[in-house]
Design a protein around this ligand. Structure first.
Ligand SMILES: [Zn+2]
Length: 253
């Protein structure tokens, strides 16, 4: 599956960026300048017993801002890739590989990016202000008397929050692929109608069991002609479980 590859590539990249953030942040806590911490130079020796200089918060915040920018850039690239995969797959399936994009379908990757931008900003602000799971960098700098204590708290913070990178990667790739599918479905339908042909319809697919919410259950009764994106809503916007929805659209044979 090309998508599984995209998820694990994005996850690996984000975890590598997180490790880099951690290395550089430890250097900054140990007294290195931002420039020095970000260089390839031999790292500074960390003296755990040294008193923590509280002014180290400023360069630490800059490092968090740099991580946020990298996460956003990676998200944009991967959204475009997964969107193209989903769109190409459905266009091929509907035998309309050259169906032109509409303004609304062409705008979908941007819509997905906006949605996941919110996640990126939330992670960033949680790393600063903290969560129920751990104090953020503001408090850990304020509360740590020594470099050692600050390094320990920072390592724990990044460790505890790192699961969000995996969730982010998986949800983002999935959302972009679905957006690509919806885009291709609408473009192919519009092209078929313009050519005076009967377009193929779409139906709901996935489990219909006791765990299925009512809105998702109701979708199974419908056959949809995808004249617009509104005819083929994003499953996560229908489902009571949002991003945990187990359903998708399929082409009716
Ligand atoms: Zn569902």
């Amino acid at each position: 599956v090309p998508l599984a590859g995209s998820v694990s590539r994005l996850e690996k990249l984000l975890r590598a960026e997180f490790s880099r953030l951690e290395r550089q942040a430890i250097q900054v806590l140990a007294g290195a300048s931002l420039e020095r911490a970000r260089s390839e130079e031999e790292p500074l020796e960390v003296d755990p017993a040294a008193p923590l200089d509280k002014r180290r918060l400023a360069p630490l915040l800059i490092l968090l801002g740099l991580f946020r920018a990298r996460q956003l850039a990676a998200a944009e690239t991967v959204i475009d890739e997964a969107f193209a995969v989903g769109r190409t797959q459905v266009l091929k399936r509907l035998r309309r590989p050259d169906a032109p994009e509409q303004p609304a379908t062409a705008a979908l990757p941007t819509v997905v990016l906006q949605r996941f931008r919110t996640d990126v900003l939330r992670l960033h602000s949680d790393l600063i202000a903290g969560t129920a799971r751990s104090p953020g960098v503001e408090r850990l700098v304020a509360d740590s008397a020594t470099v050692g204590a600050a390094v320990e708290a920072l390592t724990a913070l990044l460790d505890v929050e790192s699961f969000r990178l995996s969730m982010f990667a998986e949800a983002l790739v999935h959302a972009a692929w679905i957006a690509g599918f919806r885009s291709g479905a609408v473009d192919a339908t519009v092209a078929a109608l313009a050519a005076g042909e009967v377009p193929q319809e779409f139906a709901w697919t996935g489990p219909d069991d006791t765990d299925t919410c009512q809105p998702c259950h109701d979708q199974f009764k419908k056959r949809v002609v995808a004249r617009s994106l509104a005819d083929l809503p994003d499953p996560t916007t229908i489902c009571e479980f949002g991003r945990a929805c187990r359903h998708a659209w399929r082409v009716v044979n």
